[in-house]
Ligand binder design. Structure first.
Ligand SMILES: [Zn+2]
Length: 431
């Protein structure tokens, strides 16, 4: 998938440093020309504010969310001896390496078919019902595969991961390897591995779970165009999620049942796991999962001030049809990334950490135990910042920028007139 803008503390520090530089520069100019230095700094701050408000939707979200202070409720939820978490990361790791043994899971290949058969057979042993959703993209056959437990329950929670792997390694430092498929140990196999082990756990616990759970293995996510190179010629990102959400009513009775949320696991098994705040993700869902992860002690993986980024990924199609969604994913692209193997040949077993699978699996298991066990009651999930907050920032940013522009244009005009006057006077003196 492709990524976009992000803002973090490093960037804020840069802005402050830059502001300080402008301040010093303005001071020097004042000494030389007698200008007002404070005015320049104020202009700088106003312009920064205006540009940030207009240019990103993150600033209002960050400010609103920090005022709200979400991390206050669950101080600690220990992994108790009475109710130990059952997620076993050794199983997950074995599922991950098994996919690499199968080969490259590129749509249209025999290895892709073999992996689909494996997912299906595994799901048959750990869910109540397995559904295969077949579709084709530009003539190539694809399959979304999902297992369901507790099919009688009204509330539906979907956990998803893409199971295809990318056909090219366009970011590989070695140009000779850029047209070869990636192993996809993290990008693809890790999410599938966690989901597979997670299904085993929830199947054991299903008598306690007051929801229907779907374990959804999504095809055709990772073949879009990046750095000018298609995974598969003419394909877009997230083709499988698009097909699935367009036909989702075929898979359940929407008059009597409701899909409460969609949780996507993508690149959850790499070394140095650190999740980002993906900006399309629903904030109440994000807060709940962060709270649980941190309470379990995973404070590096779920940092208090995560990097904000916008990622094109399968969750957006679920969000688009009104399902509160979250993408549990890392920063794989900013240059400061803790995991620098995205769409490279090095996305292999040597850059996988079993502990990352453990953290992800245990966090989502605890999430189900806290929010969907018998006695837990939830009001569903939402974006808990109102749209007007964003509009206020955007409009005020626009007005600020407009006023500054008018003021500056005015100043320039006055200066020109003054210059003209002084030239005229000078000429008069000469005469
Ligand atoms: Zn990818």
């Amino acid at each position: 998938m492709a990524d976009f803008r992000g803002i973090n503390r490093r960037q804020v520090c840069f802005l402050i440093t830059f502001g300080n530089f402008i301040y010093r520069l303005a001071n020097k100019m004042r000494q030389r020309r007698g200008k007002k230095d404070k005015e320049n700094v104020i202009y700088f701050l106003l312009v920064s504010y205006a540009l940030m408000s207009i240019n990103t939707i993150y600033l209002p979200k960050i400010i609103y969310n920090s005022l709200k202070n979400p991390h206050t409720q669950l101080n600690s939820i220990p992994n108790s001896a009475v109710n130990p978490l059952l997620f076993n990361s050794t199983n997950a790791y074995n599922h991950l390496s098994y996919q690499l043994d199968i080969g490259y899971r590129v749509p249209g290949t025999a290895d892709h078919d073999e992996c689909a058969d494996w997912i299906r057979s595994q799901m048959l042993t750990r869910t109540d019902e397995v559904v295969t959703h077949e579709f084709s993209i530009l003539g190539i056959d694809c399959k979304n595969i999902f297992g369901k437990i507790n099919t009688q329950k009204e509330k539906i929670v979907i956990f998803g991961a893409h199971w295809d792997s990318r056909a090219v390694a366009e970011k590989d430092p070695d140009p000779a390897k850029q047209n070869d498929p990636i192993p996809g140990a993290n990008d693809g196999a890790s999410g599938v591995a966690v989901l597979m082990e997670f299904a085993r756990v929830l199947y054991q616990l299903k008598g306690n779970i007051d929801a229907q759970i779907w374990f959804l293995f999504i095809d055709a996510e990772d073949q879009g165009k990046s750095n000018g190179i298609y995974g598969i010629e003419g394909w877009d990102w997230c083709e499988g999620a698009k097909e699935f959400t367009e036909n989702i009513d075929d898979f359940y009775d929407s008059t009597s049942k409701e899909i409460e949320c969609f949780i996507l696991l993508d690149m959850v098994g790499g070394t140095n796991l650190r999740f980002i705040r993906e900006s399309w993700s629903s904030s109440s869902l994000h807060d709940a999962i962060w709270e649980i992860g941190r309470a379990l002690g995973y404070t590096d993986e779920f940092p208090l001030n995560p990097l904000w980024m916008q990622i094109i990924d399968d969750h957006r199609y679920f969000k688009h049809i009104g399902i509160p969604s979250i993408d549990l994913i890392i920063d794989f692209s900013t240059g400061n990334s803790e995991w620098d193997h995205h769409h490279k040949q090095s996305d292999n077993l040597s850059n996988i950490d079993q502990n990352s699978l453990d953290v992800t699996g245990k966090t989502i298991e605890k999430f189900i135990r806290v929010y969907y066990f018998d006695d837990s009651s939830g009001d569903g999930w939402n974006d808990n910042y109102p749209t007007w907050v964003i509009w206020i920032f955007t409009i005020s940013g626009g007005i600020t920028l407009g006023l500054i522009s008018i003021k500056l244009i005015h100043k320039v005009k006055i200066r020109k007139i003054q210059e003209l006057h002084s030239t005229n006077n000078h000429e008069t003196d000469l005469n």
